[in-house]
Unconditional design. Structure first.
Length: 455
């Protein structure tokens, strides 16, 4: 096997890889933000139910999605070695995780209402959120499948094909929202449930299209399904499960934060905080796209035997992510009303929501650089196979610091929504610091994600 030609790491190479990932990652979150914006006119209850439903859906999907993120690490290293068939096999292992997700999701969908009934939401918010979740859960396999194939193609350096699938999903979601939320083109007005259905259908359609392309490519290469290996699947899960668990437990802590710490503050603070988090999710996705592109370059460098290039790639990636996140933080400080205004609904009825959202958006400017550093370092460590340390770091910070600290501050000491948001700043700052110390120590150099080929 001849090693694949590898581009010399530079800002130009990084941006060429990153911009399709930025578009793709952003389009995924735009699905949630469009749901929020397009139900906002239905009132605070609908907004809280939709944003909370989108957040809880992501918390449910993040474990298998985190597992298949590792597909990019394998495909990048195998691609750099010239083993395209091996890279393709790992795409199928990612699709197996997606299939398992679909089975579990369908089995668990009827439980959404019972779980939410035990949480401290207002009854109308709880009922609408349960309807949203019951629909969105059905798209779990498609969402994870999109990630598996997107990470496979990303590792090969083909970030544009997954981008097209992401953009298609976004466009279909916006159109579906317009049709189903208020009822157009003869469709019934379904409100929050319509937003969930539009998101589920658009995700399923985008996955089906990308899967079709992937299978056709396999047929042209001589076989739709290659000969798979149980040992390789276990190896993928060995590195992928810690990757998935670190995302899962972090988001589980965040779900605790939303559903337990914040839920009892009242509809207006809940709607404001969840909307600010949705806005930050959109602004963060370009940074995550840049970090993912940096991880592809890290994986390719390791696969090509050029580990000494990795620190320079990480510095380059952080410079790009920090520049973007810094600009976002500046916008939050200078024009918070313009950013939050579309979610406030009627200027008079939404005055309290706008004021609360403004304050929280300004506070969120404080965590932008921490977010950039944490994303860059976590993705680089994942590309090298150093997933267990990241998992335990996130679990420890999320459940020993963030979750209890925010609960005590808000529920016991009455700190309110601003104290809740301040804990997000503290968590991201500590995470960035610990990941930087781990990378600086160089433990990632000792990991062998893909065994060395036999001569």
């Amino acid at each position: 096997m001849e090693p694949a030609p590898r581009a010399v790491p530079s800002l130009r190479v990084l941006l060429a890889l990153a911009w399709p990932l930025v578009v793709s990652r952003s389009s995924q979150v735009v699905v949630g933000i469009c749901d929020a914006a397009m139900v906002a006119h239905l009132g605070e209850e609908a907004l809280a139910a939709t944003t909370g439903g989108a957040t809880n859906t992501f918390a449910l999907f993040i474990l298998p999605m985190g597992v298949v993120f590792i597909v990019s690490s394998f495909s990048a290293q195998l691609f750099a070695r010239g083993d395209l068939a091996g890279a393709r096999r790992y795409a199928f292992y990612g699709l197996a995780v997606a299939a398992a997700t679909q089975v579990v999701g369908v089995a668990g969908a009827p439980l959404a209402g019972a779980v939410l009934a035990r949480l401290d939401y207002a009854p109308d918010v709880r009922g609408a959120m349960a309807e949203y979740l019951a629909v969105r859960i059905w798209s779990g396999g498609a969402a994870v499948g999109l990630e598996a194939l997107g990470n496979y193609y990303g590792g090969l350096g083909n970030t544009r094909l997954p981008m097209r699938a992401g953009v298609a999903s976004m466009v279909m979601n916006v159109l579906g929202n317009w049709i189903l939320i208020d009822g157009h083109w003869g469709a019934p007005a379904m409100g929050v449930r319509g937003a969930a259905l539009a998101s589920a259908l658009s995700t399923g359609a985008a996955f089906t299209g990308l899967l079709a392309v992937f299978l056709v490519e396999g047929r042209r290469a001589g076989g739709v399904v290659p000969r798979l290996s149980g040992r390789e699947l276990v190896r993928m899960l060995r590195f992928g499960i810690p990757s998935g668990l670190n995302w899962f437990f972090e988001f589980l802590a965040y779900a605790f934060f939303v559903n337990v710490v914040v839920a009892g503050l009242g509809t207006t603070p809940v709607a404001a905080l969840l909307t600010v988090v949705q806005v930050n999710s959109v602004s963060f996705m370009p940074a995550f796209g840049l970090a993912s592109a940096g991880a592809i370059l890290v994986g390719q460098a390791i696969g090509a035997g050029a580990r000494d290039d990795v620190p320079r790639i990480v510095r380059l990636t952080f410079t790009a992510t920090a520049t973007w996140q810094g600009a976002v933080g500046l916008a939050y400080l200078l024009v918070p009303d313009r950013i939050f205004g579309p979610f406030a609904g009627d200027p008079l009825a939404g005055a309290a929501l706008l004021e609360t959202g403004r304050r929280m958006l300004v506070l969120s400017a404080a965590w932008q650089l921490f977010d950039a550093a944490a994303a860059t370092l976590a993705e680089a460590l994942r590309a090298a196979g150093d997933t267990v340390f990241t998992m335990w770091t996130r679990i420890a910070l999320a459940w020993l610091v963030f979750a209890p600290g925010s609960w005590i501050s808000v529920r016991r000491l009455g700190g309110g929504e601003m104290a809740a948001a301040a804990w997000l700043v503290a968590y991201l700052g500590l995470l960035a610091l610990l990941l930087w110390l781990r990378f600086r120590r160089g433990a990632w150099r000792r990991f062998e994600l893909v065994p060395a080929p036999l001569d």
